[in-house]
Design a protein around this ligand. Sequence first.
Ligand code: UN1
Length: 506
Amino acid sequence: MTASALAAETSEILARLGVAASAFTGGTMTVRSPISGEVIGAVKEASAADMSAAIGRAHDAFLAWRKVPAPKRGELVRLFGEELRAAKADLGRLVTIEAGKITSEGLGEVQEMIDICDFAVGLSRQLYGLTIATERASHRMMETWHPIGVVGIISAFNFPVAVWSWNAALAFVCGDSVVWKPSEKTPLTALAVQALYEKAAARAGAPAGLSELVIGGKAAGEALVNDTRVPVVSATGSTAMGRAVGPRLAERFARAILELGGNNAAIIAPSADLDLVVRGVAFAAMGTAGQRCTTLRRLFVHDSIYDALVPRLKKAYGSVKVGDPREAGVLVGPLIDKASFDRMQGALSAAKAAGGVVTGGERTREDVGADAHYVRPAIVEMPGQADVVKTETFAPILYVMRWSDFDEVLKLHNDVPQGLSSSIFTNDLRQAETFLSVVGSDCGIANVNIGPSGAEIGGAFGGEKETGGGREAGSDAWKAYMRRATNTINYGRDLPLAQGVSFDVE
Ligand code: UN1
């Protein structure tokens, strides 16, 4: 490992968070910070056999944990939330170093973990089942929710720790154990979270193996997806990844919680408050350097306000500070790696070929190093919704298109394969409500007068079509982490049969 300042700071943070140096030095998988491209760690790569052993430990832990009353399981999550609060600054900084998020977003990611912990603690006393009216006299019908088993979690680089927490905090209170395969690009934040979890687990007396972290590549991931001891797998990443994972889970009748690609849009109506629009679009399209699954990628601007709005957006794009995400005032950090940069440039070329007019998008800060990829966010004015616009490119590219007819723009809005998040900026009640109605947005998330990104954990998070259909975090997403049993109890002396069937034996 190079003895750079970044590597030294990473080691110090990891040490403070309780991660042994042996866990992130001397391994075969090198970890680089996108801030400079420098190596900041080298972790060991787990094999399929390592994954299988971890699943075995998690399964044993599940057998004990499922018998612990749910509110007591909530105590583990409460203590974990405490550890996160105490470690917020360090863990947020590590997210910044490893994923390249600006300071405020690195801290925000840890806050999202704390929020889901709080939610899950409350939930641990609210795992309600229904009591259902029965058609038979002296009978009672109800449903009970039981822990389901080991939950596999595959997470992506862009929310390296929060998305794990959405799944893990719910799984723990639901009585499940978890096995986590983080992105190969962000294993250090995973090690840090695991160390914090271990502290909480020791305080709570949770069984060993309740939360297993397995850092590995394809072999480990496949072993997790294929293992019949894992009844639920939650996977976040590209649609291509989901296409590989989904059918394998279906084949063995396991549950899939898929959170895949998005191609999120905002419709800007004539009545929109343009000050709000500029701020909302700037955050949603440029925040996290365009690397959120909820990032705003398509902007439909009404003809009548196009010339008032688009120059203002271009100005905001031109003046936004791109740079070291640790520096105050910087709003756009680096792309995660060269492959991401190459995909962005490829998309911009394709957009130009389709008649798009590109502003921005060029590489900047090349002096930082060949392995650091900073770009100026791009606005691309498109004559129409070409194929490149329908494809998700995980980078800060905003395709801008004009509209004049509301029904027509709704059609265009939904005419993409993905269905994660969406928004409309309008002060016209009819348009707002239509957008949220059955004939409006076809996405899992639909907002009015805020952009499509930056959801709170209280709602169910996920989307339709190629986004995969999964729901995580709030509302009743917990149900995916439990199995439901319908119970019918006869407290009478007769045996009436349902549907009026008679079956009398001597
Ligand atoms: C993701 O990009 O995978 O709604 C998750 C948001 C965040 C979560 C994004 N709360 O933008």
